[in-house]
Write a protein that binds this ligand. Structure first.
Ligand SMILES: [Zn+2]
Ligand SMILES: [Zn+2]
Length: 187
């Protein structure tokens, strides 16, 4: 995954846009725990700010066959990502201590930049939907699909917490309790 910068690197102030449609780099696949959906469609903008410096913007969406961390059901996730990095036309190895990246010649290799940006777009907890009700901790019923008879224990706990009326902190909890009481918000 690379862009040819032979034109844009000639003059300060010049910029060039690219669109890459390619399979995800191996590095991206290794960073994410779920199978990524090909192809990656990446918009790239390269700007020459002078002195051998190119500013590279990448943006796109990453899609994967994920598993919900609350109810364990498979679902398809689509996450937007974007990143900006500075590349300087100078020889030398990759050096993590520099706040820019190096390139030489007429191409900039984007595997690492794109893989990092796509990888960090994945949240730690992936939910099939924001209000996923998860599995009953007692009987394992998927509470998105049906209710079970052991649910009230959870309701009591939320109700007790709601009584505390912590200033400025009650709104979310009230909403949560309301949702529990009124059952599913979505069929
Ligand atoms: Zn879920
Ligand atoms: Zn249950």
């Amino acid at each position: 995954m690379e862009v040819r910068v032979s034109d844009v690197k000639k003059w300060a102030g010049r910029e060039e846009a690219f669109q890459l449609v390619e399979p995800w780099p191996q590095e991206a696949r290794e960073r994410v725990d779920f199978p990524l959906t090909d192809p990656a469609v990446i918009d790239v903008l390269v700007r020459n700010t002078g002195g051998g410096t190119l500013i590279v913007d990448v943006s796109g969406t990453v899609e994967a066959d994920a598993v919900c961390s609350r109810c364990a059901e498979p679902f398809h996730i689509v996450l937007p990502f974007e990143a900006t990095e500075e590349f300087r036309d100078e020889p030398g190895p990759d050096d993590e201590s520099l706040d820019y990246w190096r390139f030489t010649g007429d191409k900039i290799q984007l595997d690492k930049m794109v893989s990092d940006a796509a990888g960090v777009s994945f949240p730690i907890a992936l939910l099939c939907r924001p209000d996923c009700r998860g599995l009953c901790p007692t009987c394992g019923t998927n509470l998105n699909e049906s209710d079970c008879d052991c649910a009230p224990a959870t309701d009591d706990r939320w109700a007790a917490l709601a009584q505390l009326k912590i200033p400025g902190d009650s709104e979310d909890r009230d909403e949560e309790v309301g949702r529990e009481k009124h059952g599913r918000t979505k069929a």
